[in-house]
Ligand binder design. Structure first.
Ligand code: SF4
Length: 721
């Protein structure tokens, strides 16, 4: 049976996709019995101002989609799927988990979560893994997204929150330096927040590709630096060199609010612009121009002249030196005296819908709710008390996502995996290794609302609710907590993940309690996070319902207002000091060393992967929306015309993109937007179009972020068949 409308009132909620969490009004219309798309409209909200991108406008098409899973499926003897009732499905799942635990130990059962899950589901999944399954092996797809930025923020500021200020603070900026982020394509309503900086001629974009965001500079509203892939760190060292060599730094701020200047000064002394130019391909004049412009704008901002912001995205973070590169960007912001002031700041642009909240509540291998450390006895004791268990019951740290996925079914790896809200067959580096691992497992369970490429490999698939069918909270890229509201009854046959986890916990005779009610889980999350870095204890569900703008940390002592538009919690972090015990930020010397991913040998090209306007993440949802799939039906290889000529490749020709890990087949799109030494593939497509068949699973030693952005490939023109 199809979903049916609860009533015909319009529901104010938020887009199900990215971390901008644009405001949406949902009109259930005549009801989903007719399986008609649910109508959506943009709603005035601070991040989007009423605008939506193509993905957001069409998200209602997924709610009653004909491919929606409406019953649990289990692997049949003939290799296909057969429907199975919920009781039987959960009995089988619990029994297999118990058997595998008994035979191979608790860590033989692993859990893989997601940055798209609500705060309550993320919290409950971490608790379920550690208490009901007793496993240390839980990690999530945010490891592939925000881990380097989080690690850099933690060590520099003592706390990681994507944007430590409201997005609206950008609206008065005179200069914005964006590194490795393509918001014009990935979250178009973000661009309205760049307009003031553009009007000041102050948008500076660093990207090896002339992305749509870099194109924004083409009218003179800023400039674009186009470094060789994998050399962002050297470029940032060059900027720091100029700032220090020309004494363009904020001496008073550095003296009062930071540690580590002597070490940083020594570390960048050898990175003069001409040397950096030779490595990065960015002219020395542009390096000097950029550093001087940033310094001038920052000085002006301190006397009331706008603000200066430095923002990073996955382009600079998804490398084996992603943490160091993000740290180098933070160093620039600190040298200019920006973080923790009203004159600008540093931030990183979270990608997934709940990429911020998803990393705060215990899905990470090394964290407990509230950003608590799983190795810290006091943190363990606090969470154990909330959970009603002995601290010894909580396992220690697990292993990060790439290691977890690549060792599946091996002697040291897990024998069973539960996947929630993720499609690692497409989204993981060196993806064929993940597929092989999934096929080695004794038992694979996937919770999803479509038969994703990962679900297609499962022994058991559990159909779950979509965004408009459930209650909960999400935390957007600003650290602002938002209400996700139920606007429709779910289709018969589907269940919420909180209910699934509660039922499984009961069958597994888990210690602790597992509510299926989102508000009850939220109340418990508040307690578990109290006193932690990501403190939600003062966030009130009813305040969120009333439209209050609440940013964490928000302890119980914070005055919380229910007046819509009035901010509460901590909209701006670090104004009174950073989160280190001495309240000072850390300037950290970083060195290029073994930089991002594969080394490029002669005749080979650097592969950069990224997103298209029409698709979201692995495309499980957006490839099923006719409007989006029609506009971007297949992958494409963006290649410079001169490079194409050298390889005998014509516009539209099929090309095999190869390296030692795999082969992708794509049609060529000739464009001068990519460098001569670089090609670009989007990562939304499956099978032979899966860009992650080629990406490198080498990881950053600090964050365990894989080197998605800098694989080495060769090209081979194919015929037209
Ligand atoms: Fe949704 Fe992001 Fe598009 Fe906004 S920008 S409509 S949140 S996908």
């Amino acid at each position: 049976m199809a979903a049916s409308a609860v009533d015909t009132r319009t529901t104010p909620t938020h887009c199900p996709y990215c971390a901008l969490q644009c405001g949406i009004s949902l009109d259930p219309g005549p009801g989903a019995e007719a399986r008609e798309p649910v109508l959506l409209a943009g709603r005035d909200f601070e991040t989007n101002g009423g605008a939506l991108c193509r993905k957001g406008y069409s998200a209602g098409n997924l709610l009653n989609h004909p491919e929606r899973l409406r019953t649990p499926l289990r692997r049949a003897a003939d290799g296909g799927f057969e429907p199975v009732g919920w009781d039987e499905a959960l009995d089988v799942l619990a029994q297999r988990a118990a058997d595998i635990r008994r035979e191979h130990g608790a860590d033989a059962v692993a859990v893989f979560g997601a940055g798209g899950l609500t705060n309550e589901k993320a919290y409950q999944l971490g608790k379920f893994a550690r208490l009901a399954l007793g496993t240390a092996r839980i990690d999530y797809n945010g490891r592939f997204c925000m881990s380097s930025a989080a690690a850099a923020g933690n060590r520099a500021f003592g706390l990681d929150r994507g944007l430590p200020f409201p997005l609206a603070d950008l609206d008065a900026a005179s200069m914005i330096l964006m590194l490795g982020s393509n918001v014009a394509e990935t979250m178009p309503p973000f661009v309205r927040h760049l307009e003031h900086a553009r009007a000041c001629g102050g948008l500076i974009v660093v990207d090896p590709r002339r992305s749509p965001t870099a194109e924004l500079c083409a009218d003179g509203s800023g400039w674009h630096l186009q470094p060789t892939p994998g050399t962002d760190l050297q470029l940032l060292l060059g900027l720091a060199h100029v700032l220090l060599a020309e004494n363009l730094v904020d001496d008073q701020y550095l003296a009062n609010r930071t540690n580590g200047l002597p070490g940083l000064r020594a570390s960048v002394a050898g990175w003069w612009p001409e040397r950096v130019a030779a490595t990065t391909g960015v002219p020395a004049t542009e390096i000097r121009r950029t550093a001087r412009a940033l310094a001038a704008a920052a000085a002006a901002a301190k006397t009331g002249g706008g603000g200066v912001f430095i923002l990073t995205g996955r382009g600079v973070e998804q490398h084996t030196n992603g943490t160091d590169t993000t740290t180098a960007a933070i160093n620039i912001a600190l040298l200019l005296g920006l973080p923790g002031t009203l004159g600008g700041g540093f931030g990183t642009i979270t990608g997934q819908g709940n990429g911020q909240g998803g990393r705060e509540h215990g899905q990470k291998a090394d964290q407990l709710p509230g950003y608590r450390k799983i190795t810290d006895p006091a943190d363990r004791a606090h969470v154990a008390k909330v959970w009603g268990v002995d601290p010894e019951t909580i396992p220690g740290p697990g292993i990060p996502a790439t290691e977890l996925l690549h060792t599946l079914g091996t002697e040291s790896g897990a024998r069973m995996l539960m996947v929630h809200g993720s499609n690692p067959v497409l989204s993981s580096p060196d993806a064929s290794k993940v597929l092989a691992g999934l096929r080695r497992l004794d038992f694979l369970v996937v919770c999803d609302f479509f038969l994703s490429e990962t679900a297609a490999e499962a022994d058991l698939v559990l159909p779950v609710l979509q965004w408009a069918e459930e209650e909960g909270t999400m935390t957007n890229l600003e650290g602002r907590v938002l209400r996700r509201r139920k606007a429709l009854e779910a289709p018969t046959g589907t269940r919420g993940e909180l209910w699934i986890l509660a039922e499984l916990a009961r069958r597994l005779e888990s210690p602790g309690t597992f509510s299926a009610d989102a508000r009850e889980v939220f109340e418990e999350l508040r307690l578990a996070s109290a006193g932690g870095l990501a403190d939600y204890s003062g966030v009130d569900w009813d305040d969120l319902d009333a439209g209050a703008a609440v940013y964490w940390p928000c302890s119980a002592e914070h005055a919380v207002s229910r007046v819509p538009g009035q901010r509460s919690g901590t909209p701006r972090l670090f104004l009174d000091g950073f989160a280190h015990p001495d309240a000072r930020a850390r300037l950290i010397a970083v060195f290029p060393g073994a930089s991002g991913g594969d080394l490029h040998s002669a005749g080979r090209l650097a592969l950069v992967t990224g997103r298209l306007l029409e698709h979201y993440q692995s495309g499980t949802q957006t490839r099923r929306v006719a409007e989006l799939a029609g506009a971007a039906p297949e992958t494409r290889l963006e290649i410079h015309p001169a490079t194409a000529l050298a390889h005998g490749i014509a516009e539209g020709q099929r090309v095999a993109v190869r390296n030692g890990r795999g082969e992708v087949v794509a049609r060529a799109r000739l464009t001068t937007a990519v460098r001569l030494d670089t090609v670009f593939l989007p990562f939304h497509f499956a099978g032979k179009q899966n860009a992650n068949l080629l990406t490198d699973s080498a990881v950053d030693p600090i964050s365990a972020m894989p080197a998605f952005k800098n694989a080495s490939v060769s090209l081979h023109a194919l015929g037209d068949e």
